[in-house]
Design a protein around this ligand. Structure first.
Ligand code: SAM
Length: 283
């Protein structure tokens, strides 16, 4: 591979390249390339993950937004015809559609990603029917929040939503010094496996809107969040005012005085049953 100009990391694109052999090995192992499933890689950069995966025979389609990096990596991977380096913005990529074009039925997703896009990228996973698992690096504090059980103080939208549809575990902790240039924060690698929980709503999009609405005013009691039809996710909520809202909470067996971070996953599911689609509310 042609030498990449020193100091030419583009901060705006979150270019912190992984240089720790130990972290690279753990990510590659977690992707289990030996099982033969193809891999979509997000932001391959200089190929820290792409090249060891290619060496293990993995079929890879890697999406890199930086034209120069994509060209360099394409050249470096020329010896592996099963590796496709695509110049693209990951925000525009639909994994299922890409898999269809390539004749892939199931696939895994890998990424040491730009942290500014963490939520955008993670939220794609529950909507990607062909995704058989993902191994993604996130900022340490974000990882802790995603792993927090619903009902714990630091849980949030990503914890509730991702845990409803996926099994999540920690693969490795990665210190800032494992990257070049080092970012200001430590990181953690998470593995996401298919694993829709019993009771999780069939349509993730509706549940995501509902959870976002629930967390839209964290300090308020949920009764007050859901009884008004204003604000984000205003299509959810109770049309019949306070009394109807109280009935719905009672039917869901959820304490209407709780705040969003105090609800367990099953409580979220039951509340969604009652309030997720206003047409379904039984008065
Ligand atoms: N995976 C490489 C590694 O581990 O060394 C690079 C990691 S670096 C943290 C993130 C990479 O994502 C960079 O190569 C950056 O150019 C790329 N990137 C940033 N925004 C992107 C986007 N919207 N779509 C695709 N790639 C993007």
């Amino acid at each position: 591979m042609k030498e990449f100009q020193a100091g030419r990391a583009r901060k705006s694109l979150g270019q912190n390249f992984l240089v720790s052999e130990g972290a690279i090995r753990k990510i590659v192992e977690a992707l289990r390339p030996g099982e033969g499933l193809p891999i979509f890689e997000i932001g391959p950069g200089k190929g820290a993950l792409t090249i060891p995966l290619a060496e293990k025979g993995a079929r890879i389609a890697a999406f890199e937004i930086d034209r120069d990096l994509a060209a360099l990596l394409r050249e470096a991977c020329a010896g592996w015809p099963q590796v496709d380096i695509v110049e693209a913005d990951i925000r525009e990529v639909d994994f299922d559609a890409e898999a269809g074009k390539r004749g892939w039925r199931r696939y895994r997703v890998a990424g040491n990603i730009p942290y500014l896009l963490t939520s955008t990228i993670l939220l794609k996973l529950p909507f990607s029917a062909g995704c058989d698992g993902a191994v993604i690096m996130v900022q340490k504090e974000v990882g802790e929040r995603i792993l927090a059980s619903p009902g714990e103080r630091n849980c949030g939208i990503l914890s509730v939503f991702m845990q409803a549809y996926l099994g999540i575990s920690e693969v490795a902790k990665v210190k800032a010094g494992s990257f070049m240039p080092p970012p200001k924060v430590d990181s953690v690698v998470l593995e996401f496996r298919p694993g829709r929980k019993d009771g999780a709503p069939a349509k993730p999009g509706e549940f995501l809107a509902f959870v976002k609405k629930g967390f839209s005013q964290r300090r308020k009691k949920l009764l007050n969040v859901f009884r008004s039809g204003d604000g984000p996710g205003r299509h959810v909520g109770v049309p019949g005012g306070r009394e109807a809202a109280e009935k719905a909470f009672a039917a869901a067996r959820v304490d209407a005085g709780k705040r969003p971070e105090e609800l367990g996953l099953d409580e979220w599911f039951r509340l969604f049953e009652q309030l997720g689609r206003p047409g379904d509310i039984k008065e």
